[in-house]
Design a protein around this ligand. Structure first.
Ligand code: PLP
Length: 656
């Protein structure tokens, strides 16, 4: 397997070796309860006090409250609860305190969700309003100036987790000051710790939550700073731990680990300096530009953390890029919330009013400040490998033989590209509007000429393709020819290499070869709906969403990773088939149990489905996560194939 390079530090970080050691000692040796007065308790108390003292020094927060929490989400709840309780009391006492709960439009969802939740629970009935950001992702201070006098509670972040944009906190503080705003102010500092200077006591900030796992401490530990004199209401009551501010026996392993990270921050020898991180970003950005020349960076570098690169590549979905990086062993994330099948456009980038394709296809690459040259060298080399792999032709020659038309399926949303690799012509069938941009970019990148755009989405595709294509959306090309079907009926046809695409009277299109002007045996039938697929005459039926699986085998054919060895012992002649895209295979071709795999992408399955159906050897499909291999399995089972399996969980679960 390709060794993993973790470039998703804004999601979470690995745990610092010193933090692991500290946690281990707190679990094994100094496991006392810091509230106990015996020696074991006192040793635990020392760890707790030491961590807090370090936090105060690192955050420049000698006064005010610094308490340990389970993470930023808890810190945010505590801040929101405290602020809203104060607003309720001030209002009851007849004081002016504003009617708005104002939050930055690009805040982490924990913020608006908590505001709405506690506003409802406490019956404070304030109005939630998002503060827009400008095209650079920074808060609109002109609008803040208008709203500040009415704002009861303002929530902004120090740096954004998706885009890396650093807020202008001084500018915000100045507006609050100049407008005499009554607002309490929370600044989510999760992405700032260790990357930006923080001197909390010298600011007007009332609440600042932190999360340990974003900076080399484990998950489940965080901190909350509350300015001296700022209103405070505990979220949790009970045994009075943390001076009654946060009851519940302390997470001592987490606190010890966070203490070790704070120590490293304080001593200043472990993490890269800002200048070093700027140089790292330059190198990573240069590698990305070389690999993907059309890349668009979504955040202006001068306003962003040097550790976050958010970008999109024209014609490549965020999912396709993620898969490619993953194949090369680079872990990055789609810059947007992902569901299993589709990525929703990023609300952070939408708030910046970036073009829709950049919001939908954004990828975030983020590093932490703990790196060295060797790591950056390796990351740049892998990025270069991704660029080379991408130049592998997804619309390469057909596995059916020289001169035969190739067939490419445009993903889950559906649609087909039927193309002649030698002549350079392509016909699009039922390519939906959602795929038009990707399909057009693919044709352009590989120099194909669109001959016809047929069925659903034809207009959207024609609009995306270069004007010189001169294609009438939905129309059969005028330069087509007439052929006869096997039953003698005349039909319109289009040559694609040695094959012909024939318009079937009634519905659908057949792909096959001519014999003396007659289409004898069609390999594939492109049908719009299952009802159109009648009389397929042995052809594989291609529907917009994929190959029609008519008979689904009931027998479970999932192979768990722990059974791989046994599987190959039992089926030594099995064919191992990588159904990921050709570029993913090129970026990192894995060996399973010492066996090499064939690259037969799911997007090209239509062309080799008949061959796989008739092949005698057992088949084992695999992909990145098990989704695409399951689809391939279902198609083959639907075609009546037996002795076919897929690797459940995919390569992701095999580890390194
Ligand atoms: N705020 C920001 C900016 C974040 O990035 C995150 C985590 O992604 C959170 C808050 C929530 O942190 P946690 O899930 O650790 O409580």
């Amino acid at each position: 397997m390709v060794p993993e390079l973790y470039l998703d530090a804004n999601a979470t970080s690995p745990v610092l070796t010193a933090a692991i050691a500290a946690a281990h000692a707190a679990l094994e040796i100094d496991f006392g309860n810091p509230s106990s007065s015996h020696a074991a308790g006192l040793r635990a108390r020392l760890i707790l006090d030491d961590a807090r003292a370090r936090a105060r020094r690192v955050l420049a927060a000698e006064t005010g409250r610094v308490m340990f929490t389970s993470g930023a989400t808890e810190g945010i709840q505590t801040a929101v609860l405290s602020a809203l309780c104060a607003v309720r009391e001030r209002r009851a006492a007849g004081q002016a305190c504003g009617d708005l709960l104002l939050y930055g439009a690009t805040e982490h969802k924990a913020v608006p969700e908590s505001l709405a939740h506690w506003n409802r629970i406490l019956g404070t009935d304030l109005t939630l309003q998002a503060l827009p950001v400008d095209g650079d992702g920074r808060h609109r201070l002109d609008l803040l100036r208008e709203l500040a006098p009415r704002t009861a509670f303002l929530c902004t972040m120090a740096a954004n987790n998706e885009s890396g944009v650093v807020s202008n906190l001084d500018g915000i503080a100045a507006v609050l000051e100049q407008t005499g705003s009554p607002a309490l102010w929370m600044v989510d500092c999760v992405q700032a710790l260790g990357k930006l200077p923080l001197a909390l006591e010298r600011t007007r900030i009332d609440y600042a939550p932190f999360s340990g796992h974003k900076l080399y401490a484990p998950k489940g530990i965080g901190m909350l700073y509350v300015r001296a004199g700022a209103p405070f209401t505990p979220l949790m009551c009970g045994g009075g731990q943390e001076a009654g501010q946060r009851s519940g026996t302390e997470n001592m392993a987490g606190i010890a680990a966070l203490g070790a990270v704070l120590r490293a921050l304080e001593e200043g020898r472990t993490f890269c300096s800002h200048a070093q991180l700027l140089a790292v970003r330059e190198r990573l950005a240069a590698a990305l530009r070389a690999a993907f020349p059309a890349i668009a960076f979504n955040t202006p570098f001068e306003h962003a953390l040097p550790t976050t690169l958010n970008f999109a590549v024209p014609g490549l979905s965020g999912k396709a890029l993620l898969d490619l990086f993953d194949a090369a062993g680079i872990r990055v994330s789609a810059g947007s919330a992902c569901s299993a099948a589709k990525a929703a456009p990023s609300y952070v980038l939408e708030a910046m009013a970036l073009p829709a394709w950049r919001c939908a296809n954004a990828v975030r690459l983020s590093v932490g400040p703990l790196l060295d040259e060797a790591f950056v060298d390796a990351a740049c080399a892998r990025i270069a490998r991704c660029g080379e792999a991408l130049r592998r032709q997804p619309l390469a020659a057909s596995p059916s033989g020289a001169g035969r038309a190739g067939v490419y399926h445009c993903g889950l949303d559906g649609g087909w590209l039927v193309f002649d690799p030698e002549g350079g012509d392509c016909v699009a069938i039922d390519v939906p509007g959602t795929q038009a941009g990707t399909a057009a970019a693919l044709l352009q990148r590989h120099g194909y000429r669109l001959r016809a755009a047929l069925g659903a989405g034809a207009e959207a595709l024609c609009a995306q393709v270069e004007a010189d294509a001169d294609v009438d959306a939905g129309a059969w090309p005028a330069d087509g020819e007439r052929v006869r079907l096997a039953d003698g009926a005349p039909a319109a046809a289009l040559r694609l290499g040695r094959d012909v695409l024939v318009r079937r009277p009634g519905s659908g299109y057949l792909l096959g070869t001519l014999e003396n002007g007659v289409l004898r045996q069609a390999r594939l039938l492109f049908a719009h709906t299952p009802a159109d697929a009648h009389d397929a005459g042995g052809a594989i039926v291609c529907l917009p969403a994929g190959i029609q699986a008519s008979r689904v085998e009931q027998k479970p054919a999932e192979l768990a990773r722990r059974h791989l060895k046994h599987f190959f012992a039992e089926h030594p002649d099995a064919l191992l088939i990588d159904v990921r895209e050709a570029c993913e295979h090129a970026a990192g071709a894995p060996m399973l149990q010492g066996r090499a795999a064939y690259s037969l992408p799911l997007s090209r399955l239509a062309e080799y489905a008949a061959w796989l159906r008739d092949e005698a050897r057992p088949l084992l499909f695999f992909c990145r996560s098990g989704n695409r291999s399951l689809k391939a399995l279902q198609c083959l089972q639907g075609l009546g194939r037996e002795r076919v399996w897929h690797l459940a969980g995919g390569l992701a679960l095999l580890g390194n």
